[in-house]
Design a protein around this ligand. Structure first.
Ligand SMILES: [Zn+2]
Ligand SMILES: [Zn+2]
Length: 165
């Protein structure tokens, strides 16, 4: 997806495509994993100044409009990735308890039979959150080598440089 497509997608979702919002979209679209706000902040700042309040507002807006998905993890930092509106699929995640990496998985329908689930619960299912907790290959390898595990991701947002919305 290029910048023009992203701008069109934001507009379609009723979100004015400002430079900062597009930068956030680029970061979300970049990876194959869900990122804590602190990581998103650092990556956006590689291209432009933005303060954390602005970033959190944008993430909230994106979640509301279905452009981003927010996922709880084993630690206190939510992880964000592209929502169904951008990615075209609701999907599950694999979360590493050691290093905090949260990898995006294939579409939920490949993980869970949503229709069967709805029937068994007698429910109109509108969403399913799948999170698989475990130890990732890199951390397992590090442990086998007698290391202390993978690098711990810092989910906290630390600094607060000025920026604009
Ligand atoms: Zn790991
Ligand atoms: Zn994801």
């Amino acid at each position: 997806m290029d910048g023009k497509d992203m701008a069109a997608m934001l507009e379609e979702a009723g979100v004015e495509p400002t430079a900062v919002r597009l930068a956030v979209t680029h970061v979300l679209a970049d990876g194959e994993r869900a990122l804590p706000a602190g990581d998103i902040l650092r990556k956006v700042r590689e291209t432009m100044p933005v303060n954390k309040v602005t970033l959190y507002r944008i993430l909230d807006l994106f979640v509301r409009q279905g452009l981003a998905s927010r996922h709880s993890s084993g630690d206190r930092a939510f992880r964000y990735c592209l929502g169904p509106r951008f990615s075209g699929r609701a999907h599950g995640h694999a979360y590493c308890l050691r290093c905090g990496r949260m990898a995006c998985l294939p579409a939920t329908r490949d993980l869970v039979d949503v229709a069967a689930l709805g029937r068994s619960l007698d429910m109109d299912v509108v969403g399913v959150e799948v999170r698989i907790d475990g130890v990732c290959a890199a951390c397992r390898l590090a442990a086998e080598k007698g290391g202390t595990g993978g690098a711990v991701e810092d989910g906290a947002v630390v600094d607060d440089a000025p920026g604009k919305n």
